[in-house]
Structures are given as C-alpha cells and as structure tokens.
Write a protein that binds this ligand. Structure first.
Ligand SMILES: Nc1ncnc2c1ncn2[C@@H]1O[C@H](COP(=O)(O)OP(=O)(O)O)[C@@H](O)[C@H]1O
Ligand SMILES: [Mg+2]
Length: 218
C-alpha cells in the first residue's frame, strides 16, 4: 500500500481554461521527496490544493478522480480531518501566519488537535529546535524577516506532525543559509518516513528529491 495514491485525477477551473492535470495517476511512499515542477502558471499550487482537498472542497472547478491517503479517500474527510494527515505550507506566507506571536502561531494547530498541554509544548519545542529558530519563540511575527517567516510557516506544519508535507515554494527568495536549514529538516523528515511534496524546489531541494511531477507535461 502506498502512502498516497492519485487515481485518474483531472482538474480545470473552468471550461475555457486548460486542464491542470488530466487523467493523472501517481503513487508516493513513505520517505519519498517529490519535486513538483513546471513554469509559473502551470498549476503547481493548484496541484497541492488538489492533494489536500482544498480543491474541490473550497475552491470549485471540474474535478474527477480519486486521492487516497493511507488507503482512505480524502473526499470522505473534512478539511480539519485532512490537515493532520496532509498539511500545507502555503506559497504566500502572509496568508498562512495569523497570530501575533510565533509561539501562538505554532501552538494553534496542536491545540486544535486537542493534544495535552505537555505534548503541545513538546511539539512546539521540537519544531523550533529542528529548524534552529528557538530564539524566535517569543517574537512578534510581524517583526520577522521574510526568511524567518518562511521558517515559522514550515515549523507550523511540523507541529501537526502530518504523514505528508505539502510545501509550496518553501525556499523561494531565501538565502542559502535558510535553504540549507529547510533542506536538512526535509531530509530528516524523509528519513523518519514522512512523504514530502515540494512545489518549485530550488537547487538544494531538487538534489534531495527522488521523484518528479512535471506539470508542463501533464
Ligand atoms: N481560483 C482560480 N480560479 C481560476 N483560475 C485559477 C485560480 N487559481 C489559479 N488559477 C489559474 O490556474 C493556473 C495555474 O495556477 P497556479 O496553480 O497558481 O500555478 P503555479 O503555482 O504553477 O504558478 C494559472 O493559469 C492561474 O491563473
Ligand atoms: Mg504557485
């Protein structure tokens, strides 16, 4: 059994737009790092929205096919049920970050999972430690640099501890130092059996990926 199975997936926003994917099938296993590539406007973000159910649950269009996570069709799950299995780091970091402080931002998702306070504390601590940003814990999110915000957005995915990470341009616009920090955590997560999709991976991330989905060709 694969961790994620895409079966005959087709999607376009409307009749007068071209297909983003058409009759596309794919399987990903534990530990896979999947590079989702294609030029701007080819549908990378759309593809990640399909994987986590935002399309068609929130954003509508012409959708058909099946996406199964650990053998469960995500069509039968609500978005709050999907998030702890497949969680998305959005391309627009500003849209993702919604709390005044870094600590509040990171505690929010595990609080929603109704985890015990000690477990929430552990998850926040682990995420900050892994990404080497413990010093940002009590900072106001608004005062952070672009790169620091990206790391915090990634940390908030880690606190959910999902099986599958969907990272939309996680390193675009970042300095090599931050890119390397993110690449290290992706590699560690892969070794721990997580499955990671990366839209528009920069060089370091492309090097560690073992599968590719090229949306120019779909
Ligand atoms: N909500 C939407 N409604 C209609 N068209 C959209 C919507 N979102 C994106 N598109 C279009 O779908 C195509 C793919 O967009 P997107 O997935 O953002 O590509 P990428 O992430 O590869 O740059 C583009 O032509 C874009 O204009
Ligand atoms: Mg995009």
């Amino acid at each position: 059994m694969s961790i994620l199975e895409i079966q005959n997936l087709s999607f376009r926003y409307s009749n007068n737009q071209s297909w983003i994917v058409r009759n596309f099938s794919f399987a990903a296993d534990a530990g896979d790092i999947v590079a989702v590539i294609g030029e701007s406007g080819s549908g990378k973000t759309t593809f990640l929205y399909l994987l986590c159910g935002v399309i068609p649950k929130v954003i509508k269009g012409h959708f058909s096919g099946k996406i199964k996570v650990m053998n469960e069709n995500i069509e039968n799950l609500s978005l709050p049920q999907i998030a702890p299995k497949l969680s998305l780091m959005m391309q627009e970091t500003e849209l993702q970050l919604s709390f005044p402080s870094v600590e509040q931002e990171l505690a929010f998702a595990p609080e929603n999972l109704k985890l015990a306070p000690s477990e929430i504390e552990n998850r926040v601590d682990d995420a900050l430690t892994l990404l080497q940003i413990k010093s940002l814990r009590y900072e106001e999110t608004a005062t952070l640099s672009f790169g620091q915000k990206k790391l915090v957005a990634f940390a908030s995915v880690l606190t959910l501890s999902p099986q599958i990470f969907l990272l939309d341009e996680p390193t675009s616009g970042l300095s090599t130092h931050y890119i390397q920090q993110i690449a290290n955590v992706i590699q560690t997560s892969s070794q721990a059996g997580k499955t990671i999709f990366i839209a528009n991976p920069t060089t370091n991330l492309l090097e560690i990926s073992n599968k590719t989905i090229d949306l120019n060709k779909l």
